[in-house]
Design a binder for this molecule. Sequence first.
Ligand SMILES: C[S@@+](CC[C@H](N)C(=O)[O-])C[C@H]1O[C@@H](n2cnc3c(N)ncnc32)[C@H](O)[C@@H]1O
Length: 242
Amino acid sequence: MRIDIVSVFPQMFESPFGASIIKRAADAGVVEIALHDLRDWTDDRHRTVDDAPYGGGAGMVMRPEPWFRAVEQLQESPPAGRVILLTPQGRPLTQSLVADLAQEERLILCAARYEGIDERVREHLVDDEISVGDYVLSGGELPAMVVVDAVVRLLPGALGSAESLLEESFNDSLLEYPHYTRPPDFRGWTVPPVLLSGDHAKIDRWRRAQRIRRTAQRRPDLLADADLTPAELEERGDPTAG
Ligand SMILES: C[S@@+](CC[C@H](N)C(=O)[O-])C[C@H]1O[C@@H](n2cnc3c(N)ncnc32)[C@H](O)[C@@H]1O
């Protein structure tokens, strides 16, 4: 996959992308990430990307021209990719949206600043608008990093063990089961005996039950989409269970 990121602060990405899974994936050729400075597509001496809002009001708005020039020039080398604007007004980023993005050959992420971006960019340049949560950040750079991190770890070859993706939180609309490691007794808090039993079928059943219980306690909203067996539904006292 190729990911292009356009921002007025491309240097913000260097440290998080220079470590751990993203760096390993880039070194292994699993992903190619290119950082672009929006100001390279301005045409005035001050490299201006913003202007006062029509109609008045606080703050500055990003002008459309540099965004159109940037994205259109990037798209001259195919594939055109999916152009994504990070915005608190976008659709919420979920694991299923991340999985969908991971299927793309190319993503072009637009990270805005100031009060936001001229509406014509939303309407005529971008394919998708994504939010990382119901709060307002000062820029789209952190949201773009979140998207890249979540997507890259799903790309084949990015993680040491693809198995770690299988039972992760939000897969199958369930949260993950609790983890334990050595020591078996820490300050009198012991590891559940089933995990020390060596009985893998029993461990699998315990983990599955923990996933369901945890999701019911913490994120009951997710359970509606989970694929539970009739026995699991009954155990939960679900009124729709046969
Ligand atoms: C200060 S915010 C602008 C918020 C805008 N005035 C509004 O009320 O919707 C500047 C930029 O940060 C990014 N941003 C802020 N919060 C975000 C979020 N929750 N998800 C995605 N991008 C966000 C967007 O690119 C946004 O244009």
